[in-house]
Design a protein around this ligand. Structure first.
Ligand SMILES: [Zn+2]
Length: 288
């Protein structure tokens, strides 16, 4: 079985996780830029983080035979912090980098005017840089958040098939299904969606434009939820081809729109490989 996790925060995971993921069939992933657990107090900590998403983390993933890509953005939560807003000016030099396959996570956390502004500005960046957009939906007041998200996406002029609206459930999926946007589902151990509920959604809505991820972040989460969803699909009578559509071909089709997916042979380079990214990354900084 081959699995592409389209949304997983590996920065908060261990090498044991990478090892277990590869053994479970995860051969490629996308790590969206998000918050660091505690608030960032300056733009510099965004830039160091972005550098690690395009340099260090792909190297770490490659040790375990996994292709790592990322999305870059100012996340909705930190869009409310005036110390962070300046990072928007730095995004245009990160978005063209190799391995950056979308603008994200963008969208709403508490639906403030500051979030409105950052969301709309970053959808325009997606258009300018010809990249898809990964849109986070709020965990509170979800239905209103999804409605407002779809309105902002429509107003931006970005093609809906270049947008994934993420963290949906069996209720909010109904709002998105007719929009033309992709529908993302994060599978968690004990909150939000689980694999059993995901199978029910797939039964009702089919496999088209659906992405399943493990999200796996700082909270209690499980980086093998993609594989567990695949197993639950098979147990429920879905074919191996349908599993491959949801867990591999769909994410490849969505992020492939960036023209920057690297999926050729992803075998591990071996434990003796050395990280030579720092000089490259200093080069990134030098382009300012
Ligand atoms: Zn996330």
């Amino acid at each position: 079985m081959r699995i592409f996790d389209p949304h997983i925060h590996m920065t908060s995971r261990t090498t044991d996780d990478y090892e277990a993921m590869h053994a479970a069939g995860v051969h490629a992933l996308v790590e969206p830029a998000f918050w660091l657990g505690q608030p960032r107090t300056s733009v510099g900590s965004f830039l160091d983080y972005f550098d690690s998403l395009i340099g260090w983390e792909p190297f770490r993933a490659a040790q375990f035979g996994i292709r790592h890509h990322c999305t870059i953005a100012l996340n909705p939560k930190e869009a409310n912090d005036p110390r962070c807003a300046e990072v928007l000016q730095h995004l245009p030099r990160y978005l063209p980098k190799d391995g950056v396959v979308a603008v994200g996570e963008i969208g709403y956390d508490s639906m403030t005017p500051e979030e409105d502004e950052a969301f709309a500005a970053q959808l325009q960046l997606a258009l300018t840089h010809d990249l898809p957009a990964l849109v986070h939906t709020p965990h509170r007041d979800k239905a209103a958040g999804v409605d407002r998200t779809l309105a902002v996406v429509k107003e931006s002029g970005i093609a809906p098939e270049r947008v994934v609206v993420d963290h949906l459930n069996e209720v909010t999926v109904r709002q998105v299904v007719g929009s033309g946007c992709w529908m993302g589902f994060s599978i968690y151990p004990d909150t939000k969606m689980d694999e059993r509920r995901m199978v029910a959604v797939l039964r009702e809505f089919g496999t088209e434009r659906i992405l399943v991820n493990s999200a796996a972040d700082w909270g209690r989460s499980d980086p093998l939820k993609t594989r567990k969803t695949a197993d639950a699909m098979l147990a429920a009578g879905f074919t191996a081809d349908e599993v491959d559509t949801v867990l591999w071909r769909n994410p490849v089709a969505f992020y492939g729109q960036s023209g920057k997916l690297e999926l050729e042979d992803s075998d591990a380079p071996g434990a003796d490989a050395t990280y030579e990214g720092n000089s490259v990354l200093r080069g990134v900084r030098a382009e300012v």
